[in-house]
Ligand binder design. Structure first.
Ligand code: ADP
Ligand code: MG
Length: 702
């Protein structure tokens, strides 16, 4: 065993004095093998442990804690189903009850000694605690919790409980704290009223009260947000200072020629977006802009305008879409708008047959506009002079794809301008976090002449009525989508209900309510040619109703479609539901969206708040805010590959203000020191790269 002097954060746990050997296997299973890792295992929350009192001193209406022996238990099967136990302390009885938790009968047996905590309520002559927290007292001598205290709760496993982790950390914390080096300057800590790093660890692992715990958490949350923002800002600075893009000219003449291509006049909001984008593109500083606009707001027209600017300057432009279906649709739309023009438009997808020819035209620079899926990123796709890359529905692509597209420029030291488009409405603060290196343009509202979409949520028991209604609308000549969560029906593991799949539903509808109406399936496992043919037929109106998976989620633009039925709506996220709803009401006829909710179960007896929200509003920004409230930051936004998935302490909703501070501080810091190259910045740089480097695609910069 090394002397205390030789202990470092990388000292193996088995070499540490004071750590109980029996906790080692459990800690190892959690990946906690050395001192540094153990200390970095932060509590997931804190809870108050009330002081224990004898049962006859407990008071109704208070959170109380007591111990005693279980003398009797029983299961009650009539509703409300529950498990009951009697706890005796010195001849006084405390009743315990767990609702909808019959499994408790396997955990709690007569003869056991328990410590229980919860809110006491009057029950007959005595008191009862419903759904108490329990601790099984194995040891007669388990010390009495004589004073209430706050304790950290750690994520644990079968092998080791949170309390044992707490003990392990507590036993080595004093060894570790002096070894922790702070990466933030004292002046910043003072300005933000944050504790030094060692103090923060002490506060979060061993708080005396709730205030302590929050103070420690706040420092560590700030650290995460600041490191993320430093990375994001550093990337932006690098891009702007070291790389150049072709400056694209725009004359009155060109503007007129581009506008003449659209069968409508652009809305003020589209014009505003175009003004901002055109200004960006006219500079040789690389554009890096997020174009955000709700489903149906008309982003494609703005994108086409920008692409035609590139073509007019003798360069090429590319548009990358997340699915083949969407790429094909953009291709069809744009080719139609550019019919009889000199602009050659090409498609690049994984399953195309005329690929070789397309690649040749692209490499020679004759293809002015190239539309494709991520197949565009493949090495054999070479551009002669790519000036602009547009990425549709950015939330499905990560920073790596953006970087790969940037690298498609053939001239050293230059990079194409990049615009990313998203319909996923992102609250401003979050947009700036995820895409902090992007400038943001928002298209507000929808083009005129759109009738609103009415949304209704109906229980599954009314399913037959929904299809009868659908039949009526189809008989009137309208078109519809029916969306289900799966291609094939499947049993659900957690309930008796079966999830309807595309194939079975087509059979069911053809044989029943929709007999004699041309309907067709659409899903990702269909052959490409068949899928394209089905879409063409739907566009032409010869197929009147598509029964589909979420493959139709983004971008499908068929103005004649007016009805959207979503089966098992609870299975979809709010963002998906909103996107799906955006497929109807795109023409002048009003749209209807019907969400079929699953039957309530004992686990989720309430109607889903998401469906309620869908009924209440069609405004994507309101939905995003609402979803943020309901689910926290894990909801609407696909955080993967945006840096956000590395956030362990910070909660973007709760820590909004902290995020704003971190963003400002990071900005100033990077302005002063764009590469964090000063000797006293080495630690902050290293920690930033370690946490966010690869997610942000920063490796090349560092
Ligand atoms: P999104 O922003 O969801 O990508 P699209 O670009 O697909 O939206 O546009 C949705 C529909 O609105 C398309 O049918 C498009 O032709 C139409 N559209 C776009 N801009 C206008 C406009 N200024 N006036 C009328 N219709 C428009
Ligand atoms: Mg679109």
């Amino acid at each position: 065993m090394p002397s205390e002097r030789a202990i470092s954060l990388s000292t193996k746990l088995e070499d540490l004095p004071g750590l109980a050997a029996r906790s080692l296997p459990g800690l190892r299973e959690l990946g906690l093998t050395n001192l540094g890792k153990l200390i970095a295992h932060l509590p997931i929350r804190h809870e108050r442990l009330e002081a224990e009192a004898p049962v006859d001193e407990l008071e109704a209406g208070h959170i109380v804690s007591a111990r005693g022996e279980i003398t009797a238990t029983r299961v009650v099967l009539r509703k409300p189903q529950r498990f009951e136990a009697a706890l005796m302390d010195d001849g006084r009885r405390l009743d315990l009850v767990w609702f909808n938790a019959l499994y408790m009968r396997d955990r709690i047996k007569p003869g056991m000694r328990l410590r229980v905590q919860g809110k006491a309520t009057k029950y007959g002559p005595g008191l009862q605690i419903a759904n108490p927290k329990i601790e099984i007292l194995k040891d007669e001598a388990e010390p009495l919790q004589s004073e209430s205290r706050i304790r950290p709760v750690y994520s644990a496993n079968e092998r080791i409980k949170s309390a044992a982790i707490e003990q392990a950390i507590s036993s080595v914390l004093d060894l570790a704290l002096p070894l922790l080096k702070d990466h933030l300057p004292a002046s910043l800590l003072a300005a933000r009223e944050l504790p030094p790093l060692p103090r923060a660890y002490e506060l979060i692992h061993r708080p005396r009260n709730e205030g302590d715990a929050e103070e420690g958490r706040r420092r560590l949350a700030f650290d995460e947000l600041l490191l993320l923002q430093l990375g994001v800002q550093m990337k932006r600075a690098h891009l702007r200072q070291q790389l150049r893009s072709p400056a694209l000219a725009l004359s009155r003449e060109i503007d007129k020629r581009i506008r003449a291509r659209f069968p409508f006049s652009l809305t003020p909001s589209q014009n505003h977006a175009i003004t901002e984008i055109a200004r960006d593109l006219s500079l040789s500083t690389p554009t890096n802009r997020l174009l955000q606009g709700d489903v149906g707001s008309g982003k494609t027209a703005v994108a086409l305008y920008a692409m035609l600017m590139a073509v007019a300057s003798g360069h090429q432009a590319a548009l990358m879409a997340p699915t083949e279906l969407l790429a094909e649709q953009h291709f069809a739309t744009i080719r139609e708008l550019l019919r009889d023009s000199k602009v050659d438009v090409r498609l690049v997808t994984g399953s195309q047959s005329d690929r070789a020819e397309a690649l040749k035209e692209i490499a020679a620079g004759r293809a002015g506009i190239v539309i494709g899926t991520h197949a565009l990123l493949e090495e054999n796709v070479r551009f002669k002079s790519l000036a602009l890359a547009i990425i549709d529905e950015q939330h499905r692509f990560g920073v790596h794809q953006r970087a790969a597209l940037r690298a498609k420029s053939q001239i050293a030291g230059t990079t194409p301008h990049v615009i990313v488009m998203t319909a996923t409405p992102i609250p401003r603060t979050l947009a700036l976090t995820m895409f902090g290196d992007l400038d943001v343009t928002v298209i507000k509202g929808l083009p005129p002449g759109r009738a609103a979409v009415k949304t209704r949520s109906v229980p599954r028991s009314k399913r037959a009525e929904v299809y009868a209604f659908l039949r009526q609308r189809l008989d009137k000549g309208e078109q519809a989508f029916v969306v289900v969560p799966a291609i094939d029906s499947r049993e659900q593991t957690d309930s008796a209900a079966t999830v309807t799949g595309v194939r079975e539903l087509v059979k069911e509808l053809e044989a029943g309510t929709l007999a004699s109406i041309p309907i067709a399936p659409l899903h990702g496992r269909m052959k490409h040619a068949l899928r394209a043919e089905t879409m063409d037929q739907f566009r032409a109106g010869t197929v009147r109703c598509l029964v589909a998976t979420t493959i139709v989620e983004v971008g499908v633009d068929v103005p004649a479609a007016t009805v959207m039925v979503i089966e098992h709506a609870d299975h979809f996220g709010l963002a998906q539901l909103h996107q799906l709803r955006g497929r109807v009401g795109r023409g002048s006829n009003p749209g209807v969206c019907i969400l079929i909710a699953d039957e309530p179960t004992t686990e989720s007896p309430e109607p889903s708040p998401r469906l309620e929200l869908m009924v209440q509003t069609t405004d994507g920004f309101k939905l995003a805010e609402g979803d943020w409230q309901i689910r926290g930051s894990g909801g609407f936004f696909d955080a993967r590959q945006s840096g956000l998935s590395s956030l362990r302490v910070a909660d973007l909703h709760r820590d909004r203000e902290l995020l704003e501070l971190a963003r400002r501080d990071a900005r100033e810091w990077i302005e002063r020191s764009p590469s964090l190259a000063a000797p006293d910045e080495a630690l902050v740089l290293r920690r930033m790269m370690k946490t966010f480097g690869s997610e942000l695609g920063l490796v090349a910069v560092g």
